[in-house]
Design a binder for this molecule. Structure first.
Ligand code: ATP
Ligand code: MG
Length: 622
């Protein structure tokens, strides 16, 4: 298919400067959109007037599951290219497989596209809208001796198909007359035959080196109700035939798809050219262009495997924040802007590459850093007692909501004698370079005072139960002279009396390794060339089912690579202002990361937060 995915070595991965990543994935700025081969093709078509300056794209999901991060790349690309060129992008449900599709998925797909910020206006279509027209065209192909009814069994068809190096051979049915073909095809439609008894095949070239051109099947019998057309049909058109015609009927100019369809392009062009030559479709015809699908480390972007994760209970549903679905992403706190930044940064290319998960995480950090209000939360609390601070007294410290955006204002944090601080902000024996609390050291309590640590109380087991300190009243932040004394450490805190307990879910990557299921999960991903060959072999007979059925050759059980620490639920303390956080509101918990009030479980007064991403990739600090 394309160049073998690059190798990496366990333990030496440094995401942000990963030599395997394309240069644009390494953190180049956003600025003006970078040129890419699709933008170049479109501007050339606009220059030459090929489509009269129109740019019409489509996003064509099959409504058989929830969208994943890979689809976000495709959505942003298709809607983005149309928008950049004053064109439009259609949302088309590619619903040619009656047994796997459902309206539930359509709703969720439409929601996900809208969530990413795109609007198809009135251009929401279904491949099933074209079933009548597709049928008429199929009869046209038969009448022009360009299609015939094949009655061999699947095994016989396989035997006659030939191989990559050997031409296919005709079955006895290839020479059926037009009248016989029309009669059989009409009886197929009328429901006279059981599933699998016949298929309609195009008559192209059994000797073609491209297996897709060896008389591909375009209709099969399926006695199954369709979620939109009900029992009207018992024959259904296959993907390759349906897709190109749907594009043409909608006036698509640029039909953008992933690389695995490259070998299908001659078929796409053949079908449309025959119909156009026969006066059945207007020119100019749509043109297919392929780009490399998103391959992302530490997750799997295959519907089949995602279904398995949900069905077997490895995650808490499709919208589990660890799932690489767009519903999961939203619940996790990933943002549409972050995905757009990511799509722009990784660019589009014509060869397969792997993008490290840290690139996506960095894009989310960048977006959230710019807009998430800052808040204090203590995730692993230990008590800090300020022995010289008057008992019963409280005062208010003002903290900016965003350090770079003064317009977002400030909020008051109650300060008192007993505080919560992070357990790891105290160490009895401070190692070199540790600038936080240890007996005798000084730190600033952020937005409040400088304190000097005097020691700690321990329980019988030796666990620290309270840290003690004294404060210097002359060092209150924001008062004259407060900065006179410099201290290296600066820690966050919460008043123990005022802090609010909250459930916090700490999410980490779903898989512990970059390439789940690969023979060398830390290094070499699946063997692309082998996978492509299997798909090519399967295409002729199986039609649109194949990409689901023949997945990558699994080398190890990918489930064994799940990260057992991908979720932990803790009770943390958060500042009072967070008690009323609205569902979906996003924050930076200072020194920890970005968090979102869970869309389902967080209610005012009883907040629950999901960690979207940590402030830094701690894995990089080796
Ligand atoms: P899966 O392989 O997960 O089953 P799919 O390709 O079958 O996904 P579709 O509903 O057919 O899912 O995809 C809709 C569109 O999204 C197609 O144009 C497809 O090329 C694109 N797409 C799917 N996966 C990716 C990906 N990983 N990167 C980029 N585009 C993708
Ligand atoms: Mg598909």
């Amino acid at each position: 298919m394309t160049a073998a995915p690059p190798q990496n070595e366990p333990g030496r991965r440094k995401a942000a400067t990963d030599p395997r990543l394309p240069p644009r994935a390494q953190g180049a700025g956003v600025g003006a959109p970078a040129s890419n081969f699709l933008r170049a093709i479109i501007s050339e078509d606009n220059r030459s007037g090929k489509y009269g300056g129109n740019v019409v794209t489509r996003f064509p999901p099959e409504p058989n599951g929830y969208l994943h991060y890979g689809h976000a790349k495709s959505i942003i690309l298709n809607f983005g290219l149309a928008a950049e060129n004053g064109g439009r992008c259609n949302l088309r449900f590619d619903d040619t497989n009656p047994t796997k599709e459902d309206v539930e998925f359509e709703t969720s797909i439409a929601d996900a596209v809208r969530w990413l910020g795109f609007d198809w206006g009135s251009h929401r279509y279904h491949a099933s809208d074209y079933y009548d027209q597709l049928y008429v065209f199929a009869e046209w192909f038969i009448e022009h001796e360009l299609a015939y009814v094949e009655s061999s069994t699947p095994a016989e068809m396989r035997a006659l198909r030939g191989t990559l190096t050997e031409a296919g051979r005709p079955s006895a049915y290839r020479s059926r007359s037009v009248a016989e073909n029309l009669d059989l095809f009409r009886r197929m439609r009328a429901g006279e035959f059981p599933d699998g008894a016949h298929v309609l095949r195009l008559k192209i070239d059994l000797a073609s080196p491209n297996i897709n051109m060896r008389d591909p099947a375009i209709y099969r019998i399926r006695h199954a109700a369709h979620h939109r057309t009900g029992d009207k049909w018992c024959i259904y058109p296959l993907y390759d035939y349906t897709h190109c015609i749907s594009d043409a009927l909608e006036g698509i100019t640029h039909s953008i798809c992933t690389l695995e369809f490259q070998d299908h392009r001659p078929l796409y062009d053949w079908v449309l050219a025959r119909l156009a030559d026969g006066g059945q479709l207007p020119r100019p015809l749509p043109q297919q262009h392929e780009f490399a699908r998103l391959n992302l480390t530490h997750v799997l972007l295959s519907k089949r495997k995602l279904i398995q994760l949900v069905a077997q209970g490895h995650v808490d549903g499709w919208d589990d924040p660890r799932m690489p679905t767009l519903v999961g992403a939203r619940r996790r706190g990933f943002t549409p802007e972050g995905f757009k930044l990511f799509a722009e940064r990784i660019g589009v290319s014509k060869s397969d590459a792997w993008i490290d998960m840290s690139v996506l995480e960095d894009c989310m950090r960048e977006d959230l850093n710019a807009r998430a209000p800052r808040r204090m939360a203590v995730l692993d609390p230990v008590r800090l007692v300020i022995d010289n601070y008057p008992e019963g007294r409280t005062e208010e410290c003002l903290a900016p909501n965003h350090p770079q955006q003064p317009d977002l204002g400030r909020r008051a944090l109650p300060f008192a004698r007993e505080l919560w601080i992070e357990r790891d902000d105290y160490q009895e024996h401070a190692p070199k370079g540790y600038f936080r609390l240890a007996p005798g050291t000084e730190v600033r309590l952020r937005f409040a005072y400088i304190v000097r640590c005097t020691g700690a109380e321990k329980d019988a087991a030796g666990n620290v139960v309270a840290v003690h300190c004294t404060y210097d009243p002359a060092t209150r932040s924001g008062t004259p002279g407060a900065d006179a004394r410099k201290v290296k450490g600066n820690i966050h805190w919460l008043s123990a009396e005022h802090a609010v307990a909250a459930e916090v879910r700490l999410y980490d990557r779903l898989f512990a390794v970059p390439f789940p299921g690969a023979r060398n999960p830390a290094g070499t991903p699946v063997d692309d060339a082998a996978a492509a060959a299997v798909v090519a072999q399967a295409v002729v007979v199986a039609g649109d089912d194949v990409d689901d059925e023949v997945a990558e050759p699994v080398e190890r059980n990918w489930l064994s690579d799940l990260n057992p620490a991908s979720k932990s639920v803790i009770t943390a303390y958060v500042e009072p202002a967070l008690a009323t956080a609205g569902a979906g509101e996003q924050f930076q918990f200072e020194r920890h990361g970005y968090f979102v009030a869970d869309r389902e479980d967080s209610v005012p007064g009883k907040p629950a937060f999901n960690r979207t991403v940590t402030l830094r990739d701690s894995r990089m600090q080796r």
